[in-house]
Write a protein that binds this ligand. Sequence first.
Ligand code: HEC
Length: 104
Amino acid sequence: MRSFVPRSPALLVAVLAAGLAVACGRNDSPTERRYAEHCAACHSTGASGAPRRGDAAAWAPLRERGIPSLLESVKRGTPAMPAKGRCERCTDEELQALIRLMSE
Ligand code: HEC
């Protein structure tokens, strides 16, 4: 059996890009995993009126306030969202990454 070794640089780049696309498609970055674990239940469904992930119209006025302000309300909790979205062990950095993920 011949091993698969790309012979041209262009092919190598194509193979790497395909691998990256597969990795991204599997949604297994740490932030994606945290999102799935802690935020998706509300922010993917819009449950209790949560702004949905990737809903540009819903997030525009929130992004306007800036990430630091959003981080504060997540940490404090809002009327319909438990403090830290129930991710007690999430650090500020992780929460900010989650806010970026869902608001972009
Ligand atoms: C139990 C449902 C629920 C979970 C879990 C949840 N949220 Fe929310 N979130 C909401 C709702 C509902 C709102 C809209 C504000 C309100 O109605 O209280 C909201 C609003 C927000 C906002 C905007 C805050 C503002 O000031 O308006 C951010 C940012 C946010 N959530 C981030 C997160 C992150 C990050 C996680 C995961 C760590 C998370 N949420 C988990 C329900 C949830």
